[in-house]
Design a protein around this ligand. Structure first.
Ligand SMILES: [Zn+2]
Length: 429
């Protein structure tokens, strides 16, 4: 080999060597109006080379040496017997919370209505009381336990929302807890401010004044703190109107917070139109979204994110129209929506199963929706979410023969190792 060819070979400081297989996406969605492809390819006998936390080469294990210059101090991870998929991205969670609402779950399965549950003291505001009652340290400990469970399912990036403080002091406390989790764990964490999750009991007399305060006081303070990247709002009859949601999202945009929206979960109010109009990064839930909403989402650049765990947990009579969204060419994403009230499904692998069972997605569709498209839902779609040269070396290694077994083995977990930024997390070998 000539010196020139040598010079063109990438340097590697970390190699996952001799994997049984690795899943790549031949035509990954690049964001905006670019084409969506649901194609996966399962390569056999593969190595993945990484430098400074980024993938520099993917190819047949036997050809590693002739394609990559391996640094003397490079670390090797033995991939024999393992399958590599892109680390999962859980782009919608309410992971920081406290309290127990198992009684509400039991009431619901026994057929009691949401109003009954509210009358019995249930709902979001019950969690708000629990969160307000804890110190930052106590809330951190409870949330960290959950985050560790999430990581064990193959998640390398997780979004976490506030929204159980519902006053400035406690919303900021939640943001600081999220920040502490970032510092304590290698998993990538994206923080979303969601002061507009519900109207607290003492603000019910004048919800517009509450919205004013979010826009004029909370959002500037959150933006100043630098602790949140996104601003989210619950657009529903029982929460915030489209007009209120518009004010909240516009205030966030003005202060540099990217927009997300909880839309069409119970009623079609116009949240999807608002998302398209304001250029929200994602519109989430979409349980009631029909043909008209799908048309508005098409080509809008908004990532439609559906949450099959929630519709299952709430025993809804139907699930989001994922098949129609896929047929319309939308870059559909899936996420867990893990929260204390309406969805206790946690992590990635069970959501892969539910996407197949409830949304009738194929294994390839579920994988792409839960990795690459979910990364786009966090504005990270060209940085993570696929095994591709140039992206971060974020991998989930499973002791499985094929990625098709992830969704198939419902409720089981064959995760062997998590690699984030080119570093094994659990160190099992
Ligand atoms: Zn949510």
């Amino acid at each position: 080999m000539s010196d020139k060819q040598h010079a063109n070979r990438p340097l590697a400081d970390f190699i996952v060597h001799n994997l049984d297989s690795a899943v790549v996406f031949p035509k990954p969605y690049r964001g905006g109006k670019t084409a969506v492809s649901w194609q996966t390819e399962e390569l056999q006998h593969v190595s993945i080379a990484s430098k400074d936390g980024r993938i520099v080469w993917v190819g047949p294990a036997a050809e590693l040496g002739q394609n990559v210059t391996i640094e003397g101090s490079a670390r090797f991870y033995n991939g024999e017997g393992l399958l590599a998929v892109p680390g999962f991205v859980d782009s919608h969670t309410h992971l920081v919370y406290a309290g127990d609402r198992s009684d509400e779950f039991e009431m619901r399965v026994q057929g009691r209505s949401y109003l009954d549950i509210l009358a019995a003291g249930g709902g979001i505001l019950r969690t708000t009381n629990a969160v307000r009652g804890l110190s930052e340290e106590e809330l951190f400990v409870k949330s960290a336990q959950r985050l560790e469970q999430v990581m064990k399912t193959g998640v390398t990036t997780v979004e976490i929302k506030t929204g159980y403080g519902l006053d400035l002091e406690n919303e900021m406390k939640m943001l600081r807890v999220i920040d502490q989790l970032k510092a304590a764990y290698p998993v990538r964490i994206v923080a979303t401010f969601m002061g507009a999750h519900a109207v607290p009991a003492d603000r019910r007399a004048d919800p517009d004044a509450f919205v004013d305060e979010i826009c004029n006081v909370w959002i500037p303070e959150v933006a100043r703190s630098g602790l949140a990247e996104f601003n989210d709002v619950f657009t529903e009859n029982k929460a915030f109107s489209v007009a209120q949601s518009r004010r909240i999202l516009e205030a966030g945009l003005k202060h540099g917070l990217k927009a997300k929206i909880h839309a069409d979960e119970v009623n079609v109010l116009g949240g999807v139109d608002l998302a398209a109009e304001l250029g929200a990064v994602s519109a989430d839930h979409l349980l009631m979204t029909g043909d008209e909403g799908i048309k508005k989402l098409a080509g809008s650049g908004v990532i439609p994110t559906v949450l099959p765990g929630t519709s299952t947990y709430l025993m809804e009579s139907h699930h989001a129209a994922a098949r129609k969204m896929i047929d319309a060419g939308l870059p559909l994403a899936i996420a867990s929506d893990h929260n204390p009230g309406s969805c206790q499904f946690l992590g990635a692998n069970i959501i892969q199963s539910l996407a197949m069972l409830q949304l009738k997605m194929s294994a390839s569709e579920a994988l792409i929706a839960g990795t690459l498209h979910a990364a786009h839902a966090l504005a990270l779609g060209n940085e993570i979410g696929a095994i591709e040269v140039g992206r971060r070396t974020d991998l989930a290694l499973f002791a499985l023969n094929s990625f098709r077994q992830i969704g198939y083995q419902v409720g089981q977990n064959s995760l062997f190792e998590l690699i984030i930024d080119g570093t094994p997390v659990f160190g099992e070998q």
